[in-house]
Design a protein. Structure first.
Length: 343
């Protein structure tokens, strides 16, 4: 036991001490060798998993130090990849996910966006399960709860190649006007267990949703804001509306369906829909920005090309000037006459 620390202090255990030192703000960067050593202790000691989770929870709970949070998240990530089910099953409990990680997303902690996305990505990935029979029901519940609240999860790196491979698809001539998935949605505040026939129908309808997402992604990749094809733009608008309606149906299903395999697929399709919707909205914002720039340039060009007013210095024919000229002539004659009299 460390000197001066109570046995109840999470940092008092051997692995707790190492975690405290490895995630201290004074550390310049991640010490991967030390992280691996912590993983070894977790895997080889009876209380290692429990003691490690306690120490990790203490480090991130009510912590406003972004550096320490970043280091702790890196350590958690490495432990989840290198430690066994006894550790993983404790991390994916609601007590750690909701009471520690999710609380860090509170605006009062002012976490940078990349750290927030990392936390959300953990929750999303862990909800999809682990080998070894780890119960992920609690983290999945937290994930679905965040989805229902409108939290947007970041795209995983694994989804990017898929999007690029799908850009060669040919858009269909029409888009379904009525969204799918309506046939299996029960009244709210109830749950359903789908029979095989319903599952088959649902998979068929989800295939149509995936097709719409692929087409939408393909059109977005083939068009550039400001030089887009008019027909493609019309089709994009229809697809966007349809995908929005489909996403609402999927969110309803996520709340009530109790089939785990169906839930996993619904989550994935929802992520794909969300990415396509965000891509369209980003496309429209860029299009509007280019339009505003073009309008401003046209106004500036019109302003500089306006004819200037004629110069009033060329010839002044105003009455006052003519009167002045006449008066000067008369004055010359008078002076001439006076000069003759004086001779």
């Amino acid at each position: 036991m460390a000197f001066g620390k109570s046995h109840r202090d999470p940092y008092a255990s051997s692995v707790g001490q190492l975690i405290e030192k490895a995630t201290f703000a004074g550390v310049q960067t991640e010490d991967w060798g030390q992280f691996m050593h912590i993983c070894d202790i977790i895997n080889t000691t009876q209380d290692g998993p429990k003691d490690a989770v306690k120490a990790l929870k203490k480090r991130i709970s009510k912590n406003y130090n972004h550096k320490e949070i970043q280091l702790t998240l890196s350590l958690i990530d490495m432990c989840m990849q290198n430690c066994g089910p006894s550790f993983q099953s404790l991390i994916v409990k609601k007590e750690f996910i909701k009471d520690s990680l999710v609380k860090l997303l509170d605006p009062k902690y002012t976490l940078p966006l990349d750290i927030q996305n990392r936390i959300l990505n953990f929750i999303k990935c862990w909800s999809q399960g682990f080998p070894g029979g780890v119960d992920v029901s609690e983290v999945k519940e937290v994930y679905l709860d965040l989805l229902k609240k409108g939290v947007q999860f970041p795209s995983s790196d694994a989804e990017a190649p898929t999007a690029r491979q799908e850009t060669s698809l040919t858009p269909p001539a029409s888009v379904p006007t009525a969204p799918a998935l309506s046939s299996v949605i029960p009244p709210r505040n109830s749950t359903i267990t789908l029979v095989p026939e319903q599952i088959g129908k649902l998979h068929s309808e989800l295939d149509m949703v995936k097709m719409n997402v692929r087409v939408m992604s393909a059109i977005l990749m083939e068009n550039t804001p400001g030089s887009e094809n008019h027909e493609d733009l019309e089709l994009l608008q229809k697809l966007y509306k349809t995908c929005r309606e489909m996403q609402e149906r999927i969110m309803d299903l996520l709340v009530v369906v109790e089939n785990e395999d169906v839930t996993v697929e619904l989550i994935q399709v929802n992520e794909d829909l969300n990415n396509a919707i965000l891509g369209y909205e980003r496309f429209i914002r860029n299009q509007q920005r280019l339009l505003e720039q073009h309008t401003n340039q046209m106004e500036a060009t019109n302003t500089t090309s306006e004819p200037s007013a004629p110069s009033c210095e060329l010839l002044d024919l105003s009455p006052s000037t003519l009167m002045s000229m006449a008066t000067q002539g008369e004055l010359s004659n008078v002076n001439s006459q006076l000069s003759n009299l004086s001779k």
